[in-house]
Write a protein that binds this ligand. Structure first.
Ligand SMILES: Nc1nc2c(ncn2[C@@H]2O[C@H](COP(=O)(O)OP(=O)(O)O)[C@@H](O)[C@H]2O)c(=O)[nH]1
Ligand SMILES: [Mg+2]
Length: 253
């Protein structure tokens, strides 16, 4: 760490301390394993989505709602990371989707090596859509590529609309921001407009969808986004049966 007096960057406000990144080698090793995952999933046309958020923003509940909507349309699987317990994987399996818990034993994020190891213990052959529910926090998971095609970050209406500017790396590295628990908007001081504006100032390309896994608001839009990405991943080969099938499903939603 350095004090604001010696640090060359102006990122830290006056009077605050700027930390330096000493983990670059670790991240390079992670990127190498992430590429192995990406290549393996590309070879079998499996779309991989890394789901991140603070703890309790509704990731597992969203997995359950997504399973309810899509499990009969395509083949899904979920890897889920937590510090302890198998609770989330059990919830997702009860929703009818194969799921495997990765217990990090105190580590605050998933690393590509953990995901690669877990892949040997779940059947991924024929899976169209693999979710990786990350450990709940907006900080460390931002730094670790898991070989995903897309990173999707939830921000719940209950956690305040100021998070994109406070945790910019997570929003900078995400393609989608899901504003979750939309059913609670009438009861909490949270501006969807403000959070979208802040997120777009961090990442102008971020796609925002407002959802509620309990009321169902926005779940159609979220699932349509997913189906489009699955279709893209499978390629535009019109003779591919699953592409034709997914196109029909999209048309009927
Ligand atoms: N009101 C409301 N509560 C939700 C919603 N989604 C999740 N929750 C609740 O928020 C809490 C945390 O949800 P969970 O899915 O476990 O969050 P995770 O830690 O991000 O996986 C649980 O009590 C859920 O029932 C939602 O859309 N609306
Ligand atoms: Mg969870």
């Amino acid at each position: 760490m350095s004090t604001p007096h010696t640090h060359k960057s102006n990122r830290a406000p006056v009077g605050a301390v700027q930390c330096e990144n000493t983990s670059l080698n670790l991240l390079k090793a992670n990127d190498f394993v992430a590429k192995t995952i990406r290549d393996r999933m590309a070879a079998q046309s499996t779309l991989v989505i890394n789901i991140t958020s603070s703890a309790g923003s509704g990731k597992t509940t969203l997995m359950q709602a997504t399973a309810a909507r899509l499990k009969d349309t395509l083949s899904m699987a979920v890897l889920v990371g937590d510090l302890e317990t198998e609770r989330d994987a059990i919830r997702i399996r009860e929703a009818g989707v194969p799921s495997l818990q990765i217990v990090t034993g105190g580590i605050c994020h998933l690393e590509a090596q953990m995901v690669l190891q877990a892949m040997d213990h779940i059947t991924l052959e024929g899976v169209d859509l693999l979710f990786i529910e990350n450990v709940g926090n907006l900080v460390c998971p931002a730094a670790f590529d898991l070989g995903e095609d897309y990173r999707v970050t939830l921000i719940a209406t209950t956690e305040g609309d100021d998070k994109p500017k406070k945790y910019p790396r997570m929003f900078l590295t995400s393609e989608v921001m899901l504003i979750s628990k939309a059913d609670l908007l009438p009861y909490v001081p949270f501006s969807v407009e403000a959070v979208v504006q802040d997120a777009r100032e961090v990442n102008p390309d971020i796609h925002a969808i407002t959802v509620s896994s309990t009321s169902g608001v926005g779940i159609d839009e979220w699932c349509e986004w997913l189906l489009e990405r699955v279709r893209e991943k499978k390629g535009s080969d019109e003779s591919n049966d699953s592409v034709v099938f997914l196109s029909k499903q999209l048309g009927s939603m």
